[in-house]
Design a protein around this ligand. Structure first.
Ligand SMILES: C[S@@+](CC[C@H](N)C(=O)[O-])C[C@H]1O[C@@H](n2cnc3c(N)ncnc32)[C@H](O)[C@@H]1O
Length: 352
C-alpha cells in the first residue's frame, strides 16, 4: 500500500526525500520562506503552500502521515498554572488543529536536540500531552545523523505518534557504522578553497571524541577569554565555531542554519580546506542531482535548516513496518470481533 503524507515546515524537502524513498506519496507541502519554496518546487515539481497559519485545515488533503520539522517556541507558562496547556499562538497549534481535523495514522515531528530541555522540559511535556489528548501514543528519542551513514554529528529530537496504540520502538532502527568526512569530499577540480598556512595552527596530539569529531586546529583569530583558563588554546571550546578545524578522518560538527558564509574547515591531506557547497549537501544526505538555486548564502542557510535524509529514510521504513502496516491489519480486524484478539497480540509484540 502507498501511504500519503503531508510535509509541513517543509524547508527544501529533506523529510519528503526520505519518505519518497520508502514509496510514500506527498499530497501537501507548506513553507513560509520564498527561497526554500523555489528550491522545493524546482526539485519536486510541485506547488508548495505558504504560511501554514493561514491555511484552513479542512482544505488539506487526507493523509496517513503528518511530518513536521517545526520551529521551537515556548508555550505560555500561565497555561500550566491554570492546569491546562495553551498552545495558541505557536506553530505547534497549527499541527494540532490539522491532526484534529484529519486524524492521520502517524506523526513524525523533528526538532533540535535541546527541545527536550527547552523551557525546563515544559515545551516537550505540552507537546506530548497535546498529542496524547488527541489519541496518539507517543515516544521520543534524540537521534544522531552520524549513526545513519552520514559523517555529521547532528543530534535531533524525534517524536513519533501513532493512532493505533502502538509505541514506536527506536531500538529497532537499523544503525550504520559511522563514516568519515573524507568519504564525502569531492575531487579538487580547482573549485576547492584552501587556507594559507599562516592563517591557521594545527595542534599536537588531537583526540577523537565519542561524537567522532577530531578537533585538529584553529584559524588564527581571537579566542574566547571570558571564563576560560590559561593554556586552553588546544581545546575546541575556546574557539568560535567558524574558526575550528576538524580532521577529515572524523565526523563534522552540526551544519548550522545561521552560517551563511559556509565557514566549515577541514584538515585533509596536510592542508586546510573549506567544504564546498556540494559537500555540505552531501553531509545532509542530498544527492548531487539536487538542484541548488540562488545565492550561496541562502543555500548555506537552507542546508543548515534541513533534516538528514538517510535518518528520515530509516525512520520511514520502521514507521511503515511497526505502525502503518499494523494499523491496516487492525482496521481489518475491527470488522471481525474474533480477529480483535489478534490486534492485542500485535500491540503487545510491537512494544517488546
Ligand atoms: C527546521 S526547518 C524544517 C526543514 C525541513 N524539515 C527540511 O528538511 O528542509 C523549519 C522550517 O519552517 C519554516 N516555517 C516557519 N514558520 C512557518 C510557517 N508559519 N508556515 C510554514 N513554514 C514555516 C521555516 O521557514 C523553515 O524552513
Amino acid at each position: 500500500m502507498k501511504y500519503k503524507f503531508i510535509d509541513l515546515f517543509s524547508g527544501i524537502g529533506g523529510f519528503r526525500a526520505g519518505f519518497e524513498k520508502n514509496k510514500c506519496d506527498c499530497v501537501f507541502s507548506s513553507e513560509i520562506d520564498e527561497h526554500a519554496r523555489e528550491m522545493y518546487q524546482a526539485n519536486y515539481d510541485e506547488k508548495v503552500f505558504n504560511d501554514i497559519t493561514k491555511i484552513d485545515e479542512k482544505k488539506i488533503p487526507n493523509h496517513d502521515i503528518l511530518l513536521a520539522g517545526f520551529p521551537c517556541q515556548p508555550f505560555s507558562i500561565a497555561g500550566e498554572k491554570k492546569g491546562f496547556e495553551d498552545t495558541r499562538g505557536t506553530l505547534f497549534f497549527d499541527i494540532e488543529r490539522i491532526l484534529k481535523e484529519k486524524k492521520p495514522k502517524a506523526i513524525v515531528l523533528e526538532n533540535v536536540k535541546h527541545f527536550k530541555n527547552h523551557d525546563s522540559g515544559y515545551t516537550l511535556k505540552v507537546v506530548l500531552n497535546a498529542l496524547n489528548k488527541l489519541g496518539y501514543t507517543t515516544s521520543w528519542k534524540v537521534l544522531n545523523a552520524k549513526d545513519f551513514g552520514v559523517p555529521q554529528n547532528r543530534e535531533r529530537t524525534i517524536i513519533i505518534g501513532s493512532s493505533n496504540g502502538i509505541k514506536f520502538n527506536y531500538n529497532k532502527l537499523n544503525l550504520q557504522q559511522t563514516i568519515c568526512i573524507k568519504d564525502i569530499l569531492e575531487d579538487d577540480k580547482g573549485q576547492v578553497e584552501y587556507l594559507k598556512e599562516d592563517d591557521y595552527t594545527i595542534i599536537k596530539n588531537p583526540k577523537k571524541q565519542s561524537s567522532g569529531l577530531i578537533f585538529v586546529g584553529y584559524r588564527n583569530k581571537k579566542i574566547r577569554t571570558k571564563g576560560t583558563r590559561p593554556d586552553t588554546i588546544h581545546l575546541s571550546r575556546v574557539h568560535k565555531q567558524p574558526n575550528r578545524i576538524y580532521s577529515s578522518d572524523g565526523t563534522h560538527p552540526t551544519l548550522s542554519s545561521g552560517e551563511s558564509a559556509g565557514r566549515y574547515f577541514v584538515y585533509h591531506d596536510g592542508k586546510v580546506r573549506k567544504l564546498t557547497l556540494k559537500e555540505c549537501y552531501r553531509l545532509m544526505g542530498f544527492n548531487d542531482n539536487f538542484k541548488l538555486l540562488g545565492s550561496k548564502a541562502k543555500l548555506y542557510n537552507r542546508i543548515g535548516n534541513s533534516i538528514v535524509i538517510p535518518m528520515v529514510e530509516e525512520i520511514a521504513r520502521q514507521l511503515k513496518e511497526q505502525i502503518l502496516t499494523k494499523t491496516d491489519k487492525i482496521i481489518k480486524c475491527q470488522k471481525s470481533p474474533i480477529q480483535m484478539s489478534l490486534f492485542e497480540n500485535i500491540k503487545d509484540k510491537a512494544v517488546e
